[in-house]
Write a protein that binds this ligand. Structure first.
Ligand code: MSP
Length: 505
């Protein structure tokens, strides 16, 4: 395994408040960053997130609010940073596309490509979707509506700059075919390959005339243009962690990225534009691009206009941070779409969290208090002949970290849900162990040695559970570790008091 791990999230548009979709990517990335820090040491992991602040969408929203774009984005970026703090997101760096360090690298990249002849000027005539900032050719449209968002298109005619995407098509197909882990999950890789097989790539328009859009990075070789927002934004992955030398070679401690985590809707930009831009710049490609699914409300996308946007902050205030993190990672296999509902959260809360995990911890602590005055019995389990059930639990404790880690890799499609399921298998096994052992009888019959072994094993289960859930639910793990202590416990309130669903009268 490589000795460093560089993970990124998309840069979020700051034209609207963050919703659960955005929080999903960051919680997933945070979990993986924590896991990798445990494995490689914290100095060997770099977790980058940030905000995408240029382009029409942002300029327009700033205008709507009567603000200049920079003031508007300065204000909006705080709502993202505040949310990441509330969600316990352990990023190492936060990049804004309006920062000097980013602008400089974007302009250098453009300059290098221009000098190499990878970018050329041309007259463009065709259809344009302003909200999507996308060009469409006559053959791609059936009416005068955007094929993606169905809003009216504008006919435009202007001079622009184009990046030679098309000449790299065959190379990209070959690259994807030869690198099984480059695009994940596999069905997304297949989607990209089919797209490339069915469509001939056209060169990418990487400029916008200033008269139409002024809020962007100026093109170094034209005073009349700014940079297309996607070219600008993608470059963040290299601008945040490295520099170009005088010969145009890119140097970085962290590059290539080990994982670009994205949503399925921005796969094309990441799996087609980005590798080709890197290739043209003679920069190594990221190891893996993983596209996760969408959280839907009913059958629908979340959107401001539908009025169905769910606020992460409200959910965290209502149910607690780790319940929210657990729900998102557990309820839907990563990569698939999921249906969001509060009923589903409450179900997970009362079942997995209150009944299974909360109960295991609470009743074990109660027993330690009752039978051993709060002291964890000092027995060395490994030296004792255990019954079948206890032996099985001990083996499961040992195997757990490795098994969970395996799910958190590209090879397993970062299946957080199955990783958590593994942990819960041990929790459920341990709850059953308590019921089957009937400790109250052992106590009555004064079978103290047996009771000691029983309690000690449960304490070890709980410690291991706290270790393995710490990347998913850091606060809960800390609280469990505090309560179980080293030798003497410090029992607190139940971790997840059940939520009563009956309406209050
Ligand atoms: N700014 C671009 C990304 C540039 S990356 C160099 C962008 N921003 S976005 O704010 O619109 O979306 C950011 C991410 O949030 C995308 O990965 C998108 O898939 C994700 N989500 C937005 N809504 C979502 C859901 N409802 N569910 C899950 N993720 C979704 O695109």
């Amino acid at each position: 395994m490589a000795n460093k791990f560089y993970i990124t999230t998309p840069l979020y548009y700051v034209n609207a408040q963050p919703h659960i979709g955005h929080s999903y990517t960051n919680i997933a990335a945070d979990t993986l960053a924590r896991e990798m820090r445990n494995i490689l040491g914290k100095d060997n992991v770099w977790f980058l997130t940030g905000t995408d602040e240029h382009g029409q969408k942002i300029q327009r929203q700033a205008e709507n609010e009567g603000a200049i774009p920079q003031d508007f984005t300065d204000k909006m970026v705080l709502t993202f940073k505040d949310l990441w703090k509330d969600l316990n997101i352990s990023y190492n760096d936060f990049i804004r596309t309006t920062e000097e360090r980013h602008i400089k690298i974007v302009q250098q990249a453009l300059e290098i490509l221009y000098k190499k002849g990878e970018i050329y000027e041309n007259k463009y005539e065709g259809w344009y979707c302003t909200p999507c900032e996308t060009f469409w050719t006559e053959t791609q449209i059936t009416d005068k509506l955007c094929p993606d968002c169905k809003r009216p298109l504008e006919k435009i005619s202007e001079t622009n700059y184009f990046f030679k995407l098309s000449k790299y098509q065959d190379w990209l197909v070959g690259y994807i075919k030869n690198h099984a882990d480059f695009i994940k999950p596999a069905f997304r890789r297949q989607e990209v390959l089919s797209f490339l097989e069915l469509n001939k790539l056209t060169d990418l328009c990487i400029s916008r005339p200033k008269e139409r859009l002024s809020w962007g990075i100026p093109l170094p070789f034209s005073a009349e243009h700014v940079t297309y927002v996607w070219f600008d934004a993608l470059v963040n992955y290299i601008s945040a962690v490295g520099t170009f030398d005088a010969q145009g070679n890119y140097n970085s401690r962290w590059w290539p990225a080990d994982l670009h985590l994205i949503g399925k809707d921005i796969l094309r930009q990441h799996a087609i534009y980005w590798p080709i831009i890197l290739r043209a710049l003679n920069i190594e490609l990221p190891k893996t691009i993983f596209a996760h699914g969408w959280w839907l409300v009913g059958e629908n996308k979340m959107s401001k206009s539908r009025g169905n946007v769910v606020s992460p902050k409200d959910l965290v205030d209502k149910y607690g941070l780790d319940v929210y993190r657990y729900f998102l990672l557990r309820d839907v296999p990563f990569g698939m779409d999921g249906n969001f509902s509060e009923e589903a959260i409450v179900k997970r809360f009362n079942g997995d969290l209150a009944n299974d995990l909360g109960n295991l911890v609470f009743r074990t602590l109660v027993m330690i208090e009752k039978y051993f005055q709060g002291n964890i019995p000092d027995v060395e389990i490994s030296k004792i002949e255990l019954n079948t059930q206890a032996k099985n639990i001990r083996e499961k404790i040992k195997a757990l970290p490795g098994e969970v880690n395996l799910y958190l890799t590209a090879g397993s499609d970062f299946n957080f849900s199955l990783g958590l399921e593994k942990i819960w298998q041990l929790i459920n096994l341990s709850n059953k162990y308590i019921e089957d052992t009937r400790p109250w009888n052992l106590d009555k019959e004064k079978k103290t040695e047996e009771l000691k072994v029983f309690i000690r094993l449960l304490a070890e289960v709980i410690r291991e559970i706290a270790e393995t859930i710490s990347v998913f639910m850091p606060k809960t793990a800390e609280s469990i570790k505090e309560q179980i202590g080293q030798d003497k416990i410090k029992k607190g309130n139940p971790l997840f008091p059940r939520i009563d669903l009956t309406p209050k009268t």
